[in-house]
Design a protein around this ligand. Structure first.
Ligand code: HEM
Length: 185
């Protein structure tokens, strides 16, 4: 997985916890890189999982909650680093419609060794969207957090229902996003 995901994760731990906690979880997770990630490198996503597990033990917080919080944090970082992907859209559904067939496609062109997840959206009504996440990694909680971060960015309130469709070699999750209110500027 792209190094930027790792550097952003460590940045989150620095900010939400402390640089000492970051050091400790790097040591405890016994990664090959010892936490020395570069944003353009590519690393095994199991290193990220080990660090999240170490943080979960340190903080006594479930792994799922931490991965979801990371997804939300990551959306904020994407927003700073790739403002164009956000400014092009007036609403969350339009933004989400462009992740799979535009944003992640661009990511693959820029970084040929990356393998972003499949994100497929379908409008089921004016205020209802189905979003399918499918990946060889089990990072559905990160997707959940990314959606929550996007709702916050677009000042939209919504409920998110989630169903696990497949488990095992591939993870496939169906998110049903129902908009309840939008802040109009
Ligand atoms: C401007 C917005 C976004 C950018 C620039 C972006 C970019 C990326 C990049 C660079 C990766 C690493 C891929 C790899 O190394 O193989 C990634 C992974 C991921 N992306 Fe996106 N993404 C964006 C929005 C989203 C949104 C809104 C979602 C969810 C609906 C999402 C879901 C994920 C997940 C869950 C991963 C982790 C890898 C996996 O599960 O297989 N992304 N994204």
């Amino acid at each position: 997985m792209q190094g930027m995901i790792f550097t952003e994760f460590l940045k989150m731990v620095d900010i939400f916890y402390s640089p000492e906690v970051t050091e400790r979880i790097i040591k405890q997770s016994n990664t090959e890189t010892n936490g020395a990630y570069t944003s353009v490198g590519n690393y095994s996503h199991s290193e990220l999982v080990s660090m999240v597990v170490a943080l979960s033990e340190e903080d006594e917080t479930p792994v799922q909650d931490l991965v979801r919080a990371f997804g939300k944090f990551l959306l904020g970082q994407f927003c700073e680093q790739y403002p164009g992907y956000f400014l092009a859209h007036n609403d969350i559904f339009s933004f989400l419609d462009h992740i799979g067939n535009h944003v992640h496609t661009e990511v693959m062109k820029l970084y040929p060794d990356s393998r972003p997840p499949m994100i497929e959206t379908t409008r089921l009504g004016l205020d209802i969207m189905e979003l399918l996440y499918s990946s060889h990694r089990e990072l559905g909680d990160a997707a959940h957090g990314l959606i929550e971060g996007a709702l916050e960015y677009f000042e939209t309130e919504a409920t998110i229902q989630r169903n696990q469709l497949i488990e095992g070699e591939k993870t496939c999750i169906r998110f049903l996003i129902t908009r309840t209110s939008t802040q109009l500027n």
